[in-house]
Structure formats: C-alpha cells, structure tokens
Design a protein around this ligand. Structure first.
Ligand code: ADP
Ligand code: ADP
Length: 224
C-alpha cells in the first residue's frame, strides 16, 4: 500500500490555481519523479505532500494518519522526525561546519552532540565528502555542498525524502553523482523519494514518473 498519498488536492494562490484535483501516491522504497514545466505546480504539490503548505481542499495521508488534519505543531514534529528535504541550493547553515550541518537535524530531535556527530560523519563518508567535514559550506564546491545536503536529509533515517530540483545548480557529472548517491541510499533504507525535476536525465533515476501540467497530474503508468 501507499506510504504517502493525496486525493483531490486543490490550491489557489490569490487567483492563480496551482493545483486542481490532484491525486498522488508513493510506496516505501519507491522513487517517483514529479515532472512538468516551470509554474505547473510541482513545488506546490511537494509542499502539500510534506505538510508545509495546507491545501484549500483535499487530503494528504501519511502512514495511516491524515496529515491535513494535524495541528501545525504536530505536523512540524512529524516533518522533523519522518521527512528529509533536499532543495536546489542555499539550505546549509553558512556559520556551521559541514559536519555540524549534517548533525543539526539530530540535535533538533534531541540527540547528544557526540552521537549526532558520529552519525553525521558516517553519512558524510557514505556520500564521499568526509574530507569537507570541518569546512563551512562557503568553502566547498557546489557538488560537495549538495552531497552534504543529501547527507543532512538522510541522517535522521527519514521514511520520505522530498527533493526539489536537487541537481538544478550542478553540472551534469556532479548531478549524476548526487542522484546515484541519493537514490542508492534511499533504496537501501527503504525511504520513499518524491523527486521534483524538469530534467528527463534526473527523472531517469526514478522508478516511476508523473507529469504535472497546469496544476493537474498525468500518471504515465495510467494509474491516476
Ligand atoms: P513549479 O514548481 O512547477 O514551477 P509552483 O508550484 O512553484 O510550480 O507554482 C505553481 C503556480 O503557483 C505558479 O503560477 C506560481 O507562480 C504560483 N505560486 C506558487 N507558490 C506561490 C506563492 N507562495 N504565492 C503565490 N503564487 C504562488
Ligand atoms: P520553482 O523554481 O520550484 O518553481 P519558484 O522559484 O517558483 O520555485 O518559487 C520559490 C518560492 O517562491 C516557493 O516557495 C514558492 O512557493 C514561492 N513562489 C512561487 N511563485 C510565487 C509567486 N507568484 N508569489 C509569491 N511566491 C511565489
């Protein structure tokens, strides 16, 4: 069955409809690419699924719970514990070292520094960027920074990873490396990955593609 699913999602910003009657579902361990042109509603869908944006209508269900019915604080607690996020850029804290950045989500969940940093170091190794552990984000390359961001998204052992154009700021070689490391790690841990991208070569790392156009979804497998 589905780990995360949505039914009848509507979202309008002012008079701009961003989503209209969207249905979506993803199973544990599945990587689903959400494709479509700029402005079609991909990010809005990701934000609704992650409980960051509340849809005007419709429901989001995660692991038997109705996300859309939870209080804001319950939703943010669930997000911190069960979800990981990778965005295009700018998500690392510039004042912290790369190691501290990766340890941060664990620290926010109440883990002690030593344990958190040991786990963080393990993920930096897994992402092949242990060399930059002591560097600040401003001192590393775009590709290294994005691998650090992937390590940070995975360090809490999330059950769902939300990635919004995770390779958008990288050249194709670094992009491929990041996608390989992200999807291999996610498959190993049975995390579901919601991957927003407009690039076919990034979507190629998914198990399944859905296309959003003018706020409506078209499932290439014909499921929706
Ligand atoms: P995509 O991720 O496919 O580029 P978005 O979900 O970002 O699309 O946007 C869908 C539509 O909703 C666009 O017309 C966009 O301008 C609009 N939109 C998205 N977020 C907001 C917002 N916070 N306020 C107003 N309009 C928004
Ligand atoms: P993307 O590249 O994924 O489409 P955007 O650059 O369109 O993202 O949007 C970045 C952020 O700005 C998102 O949080 C989105 O919700 C918000 N946003 C997008 N369009 C608008 C808009 N027309 N007015 C206000 N906020 C917007």
């Amino acid at each position: 069955g589905a780990l995360l699913s949505a039914e009848g999602l509507d979202k309008t910003y002012g008079r701009t409809p961003a989503l209209a009657g969207v249905r979506f579902s993803i199973r544990a361990g599945e990587v689903v690419a959400v494709m479509g042109p700029s402005g079609s509603g991909k990010s809005t869908l990701l934000h609704c699924l992650a409980g960051i944006v509340r849809p005007d209508a419709g429901t989001v269900r995660y692991d038997g719970r109705e996300l859309t019915a939870l209080s804001d604080s319950a939703r943010s607690a669930l997000r911190r514990q069960d979800f990981g996020f990778v965005f295009q850029f700018g998500q690392l804290v510039p004042e912290l070292s790369c190691l501290e950045n990766v340890a941060l989500p664990l620290r926010l969940n109440g883990e002690r520094r030593k344990a958190a940093e040991a786990k963080a170091r393990g993920w930096l190794e897994r992402l092949e960027v242990e060399d930059v552990a002591g560097h600040r984000p401003g001192e590393v390359s775009g590709g290294q920074g994005q691998r650090v961001a992937v390590a940070r998204a995975l360090v809490t052992a999330p059950r769902v990873v939300f990635a919004d154009e995770p390779t958008g700021a990288l050249d194709s070689l670094n992009g491929e490396r990041v996608m390989t490391l992200l999807t291999d790690a996610a498959r190993e841990t049975s995390a579901a990955v919601v991957l927003v991208t407009h690039e076919a070569r990034v979507a190629a790392y998914s198990d399944r593609e859905v296309v959003v156009r003018d706020g409506r979804i078209r499932d290439l497998a014909g499921v929706a």
